[in-house]
Design a binder for this molecule. Structure first.
Ligand SMILES: [Zn+2]
Length: 349
């Protein structure tokens, strides 16, 4: 026989048990029952590294320190876990989208801190944060709506739904179809600028570098002004890069920055939950939350393309690094949405 003194923990208590190995495993269980009120058939006894102690175990050499768990409690834990899983399944798409968003934001911190300094990233984003605030201005929204042939786009939206066999669309479906017509109309109504034509004679121009913005240009946020000399008459044409979408409603031209800036104002002006998407390899586009899809939808006004987030990586063969969504309520890292090379991006960190 071997007399042993065991320390058995159960819940928050520890019991000292004097035990004679000759008595067998059953006796140990009854001793524990008298101390803890856990019936022998519901006892789960764990030893070193949580190994289960049973009547097969060598009782003379098991650990001095044991843990007693009631099988009821184990079952309760499993039930709780199952319940949580079921609750996750029952989560609405929007809740799930928000959960994924929260995960993405947590990843964002690890993601950029090591490769670019936080200040650099913030500086780059700040300009767009200011733009996004302007979309909430009722005056800018009203001016935007005034430039849109709303009736015509609504009609086109109904026709496109009819082509899909949907003759009695819901409000949500109509809104979604209108948004797409707004995108197609915008693409036709805005002009792309590399070198602007000479504003004196209309001929081709070549770049002359940067000029200093005058007061009428800085009024609409053009801190950068590009200068172009005419190949025919030597006249200098200015191309101010306006940040204020109100001015863009009038000029209706620019590169992707101006396109996405102005289009996102249009989206907000018609009540769509929208955000500006900034890709650090130099492209800008828009996302709108689609209640019919239950998620954010990619919209590229320069291309007139929607819901095709892999356009850049697969279509344009771009290597994306950071993609941020800038909305009125904050900045989100959405890189994951636009790449299938997420694991590779991570391995670079
Ligand atoms: Zn000219």
């Amino acid at each position: 026989m071997v007399a042993r003194r065991l320390a058995v923990s159960h819940n928050d208590d520890t019991f000292d048990v004097d035990y004679d190995t000759d008595d067998g495993f059953e006796v140990l269980k009854y001793q524990l029952f008298s101390l803890t009120s856990v019936p022998p058939d519901q006892q789960k006894i764990l030893g070193r590294d949580d190994q289960i102690v049973s009547d097969e175990s060598d009782l003379a050499s098991i650990s001095d320190k044991l843990r007693l768990v009631s099988i009821d409690e184990v079952e309760e834990e499993i039930v709780a876990e199952e319940k949580e899983k079921l609750e996750n399944l029952a989560m609405s798409d929007e809740e799930l989208a928000r959960l994924i968003q929260a995960e993405e934001e947590a990843l964002m911190m690890q993601h950029f801190v090591s490769r670019e300094s936080k200040e650099q990233v913030e500086q780059r984003i700040q300009q767009y944060v200011n733009q996004v605030q302007m979309y909430e201005d009722p005056h800018r929204q009203e001016m935007a709506r005034k430039t849109v042939p709303v009736d015509k786009l609504e009609e086109k939206a109904l026709i496109s739904l009819g082509r899909e066999g949907n003759y009695k669309p819901t409000k949500v479906e109509q809104d979604n179809a209108f948004l797409l017509q707004l995108l197609f109309w915008f693409k036709q109504s805005f002009r792309w600028v590399n070198s602007p034509p000479c504003d004196s004679c209309g001929n081709d121009t070549r770049s002359q570098g940067m000029g200093v913005a005058n007061s009428s240009e800085t009024l609409y946020g053009a801190s950068r002004v590009e200068l172009f000399r005419c190949n025919s008459c030597s006249n200098i044409t200015r191309f101010p890069r306006y940040d204020d979408p109100l001015k863009l409603l009038e000029t209706r031209k620019g590169r992707c920055g101006e396109w996405a800036n102005c289009f996102t104002l249009y989206c907000r002006a018609f009540g769509y939950d929208s955000r500006l998407i900034l890709d650090f390899t130099d492209h800008v586009w828009t996302e709108c939350f689609s209640p019919s899809l239950g998620r954010w939808m990619h919209l590229d006004p320069c291309e007139g393309i929607y819901d095709n987030p892999l356009l850049y990586e697969k279509g344009w063969k771009k290597s994306l690094n950071y993609v941020f969504a800038i909305a009125k309520d904050g900045v989100h890292d959405v890189t994951k949405r636009y790449t299938r090379k997420w694991p590779e991006l991570f391995s670079l960190i």
